[in-house]
Each structure stands twice: as C-alpha cells, then as structure tokens.
Design a protein around this ligand. Sequence first.
Ligand code: NAP
Length: 328
Amino acid sequence: MPEKIKWGIIGPGKIAGKFAQDLQLVENAVLHGVASRDAGRSAAFAQKYNAVHVFENYEALAADPEIDIIYVATPHVFHFEQTMLCLRSGKSVLCEKPFGMNAREVKIMTDEARARNLFLMEALWTRFIPGTEKLIELISQDAIGKIHYVKADFGFLGDGNKSSRVNNPDLGAGTLLDIGIYPVYLSLLLLGIPDQIKAVATFTDTGVDSFCAILFDYLSGEKAFSESSILSNTPIEAMIYGEKGSIKMHSRFHHTEKLTLQLNDNTSETFQNVYIGNGYYHEIVEVMECLKSGKTESEKMPHLMSLDLIRTLDNIRENIGLKYKSDE
Ligand SMILES: NC(=O)c1ccc[n+]([C@@H]2O[C@H](COP(=O)([O-])OP(=O)(O)OC[C@H]3O[C@@H](n4cnc5c(N)ncnc54)[C@H](OP(=O)(O)O)[C@@H]3O)[C@@H](O)[C@H]2O)c1
C-alpha cells in the first residue's frame, strides 16, 4: 500500500461532509474523488473539501484504478448494493452504519470482502472515539468490577418530514437502525450477545419505529437497557453499573469526551478524552493503519462484531414487528 491513501466518497450528503472535513486532518489521506447522482452536488462537495476528481456516477468512481478505499455514506437501504459494487470493482470499503439492512446482507458483504482479500469495515465511529477507548481501559482494569447493568439512550425530537431517511421506510427509516444501534452496540461491546431480548416500540404512521425500548438479559445475570426515540429529546447518556461502582459516559455518549467513575466508597474521578475534528478522525486513522499493514478487517470493529450487531438488530425487529422491503 502506498504512503498516501486515496479515498473515494459515494453519497456526498450530511455525514459525508463531516467525514470529509476530518479526512483533511489525517496525514497521508487524500480525497481522490466523489460521486453523486447529482453532478452539481458532487462538484460543490469536491470544491468544498478539496476532492481531486468528480465522477459522473458511482460506477465510474468504483472503477477508478487510483482509488484505494471508498466510503459509502448513503441511507441504509443502499449500503448493500453500493458496498457490493465497490468490492466487485476491487475496492476496499468503509460503509456507514447500519452496515446492511439485515444479517443476510451483511453476511454476503463480509463473505465477498473475504473472498476478494479486500478491507471492509462498518463505520461505527463510537468504537474509535478516545472516550470509548478510555472506557474499555477502565473496564479491563476492573475499575467497577463485574458489570451488573448497562443503560443507554439516544433520543431527539424528529422534524416529522415523511420523506426524510428518518421517517421514510423505503430509505430504511426508524430509530432502531439509525440511533438505537449505538446503545445496542455499547451493550454488545461490554456484555456480548444477550441470551434473551425483549423489546417494545411505538410506530410512526409511515410504519417505522419512533420509539424503541430494549431489554437484554444474560444467563450470567447482567442486564442492559437501551432506548431510542424521535419523539423526545433524551439525555443521550450511558451508565455502566458494576459491583464496585459505576461509569457515566456523558452526553453524547456515543462520541463522549467525558467519563465519570463513581465508586461505592463515594470517591469519584472524571476523565476528559477529547477527540480530534468531528470525531471521525479516529476511525479514519484505524482504517488507514489497517490498509497500510495489509489487514482486511479491523481488530477493533471486526466483521464478527458487525454480524453480531445486525443479528441482534434483526432479533429486536422481530420482537417489535418491524419489517423492510429488503427482508422479503
Ligand atoms: N456515523 C455517524 O455519525 C452518522 C451520522 C449520520 C448518519 N450516518 C449514516 O450515514 C448514512 C447517510 O446519512 P446522511 O444523513 O448523511 O444522509 P443524507 O445526507 O440524507 O444522504 C446522503 C447521500 O445519500 C444519497 N441519498 C439520499 N437520499 C436518497 C434517496 N432518496 N435515494 C437515493 N440516494 C439518496 C444522496 O447521494 P447522491 O448525492 O448521490 O444523490 C445523498 O447525498 C446513513 O446510513 C446514516 O445511518 C452516520
């Protein structure tokens, strides 16, 4: 892999803009090209974020021999077909969360990457945020002892726009896949796959979940509770309770810069872990290091974690009765 890594971006929308800003902060990262269905949008994006080339369509970008890796940043329902297009064109891929709409899609994507010896990762940026790294360190140092209970929420007041990707089922809308994925991921990261899942939801009149409450139960006794909502603004915090005390991941927990360790003897300590740029810097660095060392998966966000995550989300959807066209 050359010293400089050339990136392509598919879907120059909201998140792609924040990502492209952070790409400019990463040494040896080059935004080689961008592709949109709309020529004006890709040209404006290229100018704003210094992309070297503008491609007429996604296929042309995927076919460019100079590109090393493509970031897929479109709504959920397109992740599968666009990631497969890139992999089949011989490109490594970083794809936004959720990786696919269901476990079937994610299994095909990960199998394809493995068969082609290409790097593939779900852009679950939370895993690479310094605050999360600190949390993992504290847990591994046994700071709160055995974990009893994890509680995390992610809620904001939606704008009710029926055609947006937050409400439109044809774009994979609903709180679970969009934001519930973060508390669910945190519970999996800390406690693993639950033995039993119970979930309840409220639905929009477009037929997707506007609120979802999820309880994970483990045979070894631990519990985890996750909430996601577009009906209300919620604290967006996480609490991890253990036998010796608790750790609070301050708002917004999924890219937290502050942790508070509170022990049962009433002593407490606060840790500040500032992230760089918009926070996407850290996942970009991880991807670049993997590419430079010839890895096809990140050890921090491996395919197996993405499969566990989507299988858990599938299970929750079955619990609440949420289906998409991609399930048919
Ligand atoms: N990691 C994070 O912090 C984070 C934050 C927000 C979102 N996300 C994820 O990023 C993805 C994109 O979210 P976003 O809010 O950035 O999306 P967005 O701005 O609404 O759209 C991004 C791009 O997707 C394509 N697109 C949008 N609507 C489409 C439609 N109806 N049909 C076909 N293509 C469409 C467009 O590409 P063209 O320009 O080619 O038309 C658009 O530029 C989602 O999967 C979301 O879960 C991640």
